[in-house]
Design a protein around this ligand. Structure first.
Ligand code: SF4
Ligand code: SF4
Length: 299
């Protein structure tokens, strides 16, 4: 079984990603391409180079040292062609302005767990533990299983944030060692789901149903995205699919633009650049529709 995986962040003292105080391990790679994704650097299952315009000295040294002509200057920006870059690291190691950053690092289960276990007293005190997030942990299933088993061997509470997009066999084997599942539900209509995320929703809704059937603690979470799933009809139908899967509650996550800078640093266009963020008060009526349709929705 794979005991190494690509991790793009390990965040300590998180209080929004499952019960208590937690360490969140972000695995790189995701099969979805949500147009509003706040972590675009998490999507590719490989290391990636990000460029910060504010720090760049314009010396072009990165372009000169790149052995594969992957680093280029395009429209006044340094970009890296992922199809040419082999992650050798010359550009970011030699950048005099520290304008280039490598996202994603190959880590062993032991290395991750050594970091996670540093906060054991906080987990014991607060009822917290380890959360796997992403990206999508299901994109690195063997590594995720290995990490979750290691956490369980250390008697930690485990949680995951997932899109639920994998075969039921893979999904079942990964969640076996998960106590709390925070399950993203993005759209009730498969065609619209595919337009916004790149994939249809049948597998996701079937895995949501499976997750509830295991008797585990499952919380559907809905990112509420302007023009995508924010109509009264969407609220009513999202409540319906959650009910049909076996759920009675869900969490609403109002759209924000926290990822905008990251798109710039990756040299990619951000589809939601001029779209206004939602606040809780904007979505009160939307929330009430869930409640009227049998789902206790909260922020
Ligand atoms: S080496 Fe660094 S400072 Fe120089 S052009 Fe490249 S990114 Fe900018
Ligand atoms: S990591 Fe290596 S191959 Fe990739 S852009 Fe930098 S120098 Fe080029």
């Amino acid at each position: 079984m794979k005991d190494k995986g690509i991790v793009f962040n390990i965040q300590k003292f998180s209080v929004n990603d499952g019960p208590g105080i937690r360490t969140v391990v972000f695995l790189k790679g995701c099969p979805l391409r949500c147009q509003w994704c706040a972590n675009p650097e998490s999507q590719l299952i490989r290391t990636e180079i990000m460029w910060d315009a504010k720090k760049c000295l314009g010396c072009h040294h990165c372009i000169e040292v790149c052995p594969h002509q992957a680093a280029r200057m395009q429209e006044g920006k340094i970009t890296v062609d992922p199809s040419r870059c082999d992650g050798c690291g010359k550009c970011f190691r030699e950048c005099p302005g520290r304008a280039l950053k490598n996202e994603g690092e190959l880590k062993t289960v032991r290395e991750v767990m050594d970091t996670v276990m540093q906060d054991l007293p906080f987990y014991e005190e607060s009822g917290g533990g380890m959360t796997l997030s992403g990206g999508e942990m299901l994109a690195q299933p063997e590594f995720a299983i290995h990490l979750l088993k290691a956490a369980k061997e250390n008697r930690l509470h485990t949680c995951c944030e997932t899109t639920g997009f994998a075969s039921q066999e893979i999904f079942a084997s990964v969640i076996e060692n998960v106590d709390t599942i925070l399950f993203d539900v993005k759209h009730w209509n498969s065609g619209t789901h595919k337009k916004g995320t790149g994939v249809p929703n049948e597998l996701i809704l079937s895995n949501l149903k499976y997750a509830f059937s295991t008797g585990k603690d499952v919380l559907p979470r809905i990112p509420v995205i302007p023009g995508f799933n924010d109509s009264p009809e969407d609220a009513q139908n999202l409540a319906r699919v959650i009910r049909e899967a076996g759920g009675t509650e869900c969490q609403l996550l109002p759209f924000h633009q926290f990822g905008e800078n990251k798109y710039e640093q990756l040299g990619r266009a951000y589809a939601y650049k001029d779209v206004t963020a939602y606040h809780r008060e904007d979505l009160e009526e939307y929330r009430q529709i869930f409640i009227r349709h049998g789902i206790s929705a909260f922020f």
